[in-house]
Design a protein around this ligand. Structure first.
Ligand code: SAH
Length: 213
């Protein structure tokens, strides 16, 4: 077996052993090479199941957490998805394999620019990346079938709840930024919102306003 094939097999095995079992999600994670999204010092660790530092003091999430969040989001091929917290662009690239259209926003212009270059290089044409404070969502594109937040807020931001379509699902970490947070799945029904606690997680905080770079 080639080194690359072996690396891929280990990567997928680690995902499965952490509970990522959805075949579509595993397929997307097999297709999108995480190595493209981790550059510099940590590039050689791209296939390990750990979060890694990226530019602007942010992190690319742990692959198994990406897998579990994507799985919980239950994306279908007709869905329009909003991701808050583009970071490296890896999670958006995974979503792009499963959804019709992906909007991803980050408060750091530099991260958005770099992620856009990666999407273009990989030929991922159904992702739109924007610099914005994602706690306000994207009113122009709302409502969304699915919303994924990859930075932790103390509570689910009101505008995001409002921009979720009835029948829609939002997955997000909530809790204090310096503590272990809870991954929550919010389902919007005809009469209101249903909340389910999934697992403890640790994310960088959702920060107000735009970043310096
Ligand atoms: N999903 C990313 C990892 C996200 S790290 C990946 O796959 O690599 C969290 C990101 O959320 C950071 O890039 C940070 O800049 C961004 N962020 C924090 N607060 C934000 C806000 N209010 N609006 C938009 N992005 C925000």
């Amino acid at each position: 077996m080639s080194d690359e094939a072996e690396r891929k097999m280990r990567f997928l095995y680690a995902l499965r052993s952490k509970g990522v079992t959805d075949a579509r999600v595993l397929g997307a994670m097999e297709t999108v090479d995480r190595g493209v999204f981790v550059t510099g010092l940590f590039a050689e660790r791209a296939y390990e199941d750990m979060p890694l530092p990226i530019a602007c003091g942010q992190t690319i999430s742990q692959p198994s957490v990406v897998g579990l969040m994507t799985q919980a989001l239950a994306v279908s091929a007709r869905d329009k998805v909003l991701e808050v917290g583009t970071g490296s662009g890896y999670q958006a690239a995974i979503l792009s394999q499963l959804a019709r259209r992906v909007y991803t926003v980050d408060r750091h212009r530099r991260l958005v620019r770099e992620a856009e270059a990666r999407f273009a290089a990989l030929g991922l044409a159904n992702i739109t990346a924007l610099t914005a404070d994602g706690s306000f969502g994207l009113p122009d594109q709302a409502p969304f079938d699915r919303i994924l937040v990859t930075a932790a807020a103390e509570d689910p931001p009101g505008p995001l709840l409002a921009q979720l379509r009835i029948g829609g699902i939002m997955v997000l970490p909530v809790g204090q930024s310096d503590a272990v947070q809870s991954l929550i799945k919010v389902t919007r029904g005809e009469r209101g919102y249903d909340y389910e606690e999934l697992r403890p997680v640790r994310f960088v905080p959702l920060v107000e306003g735009l970043g310096q770079d």
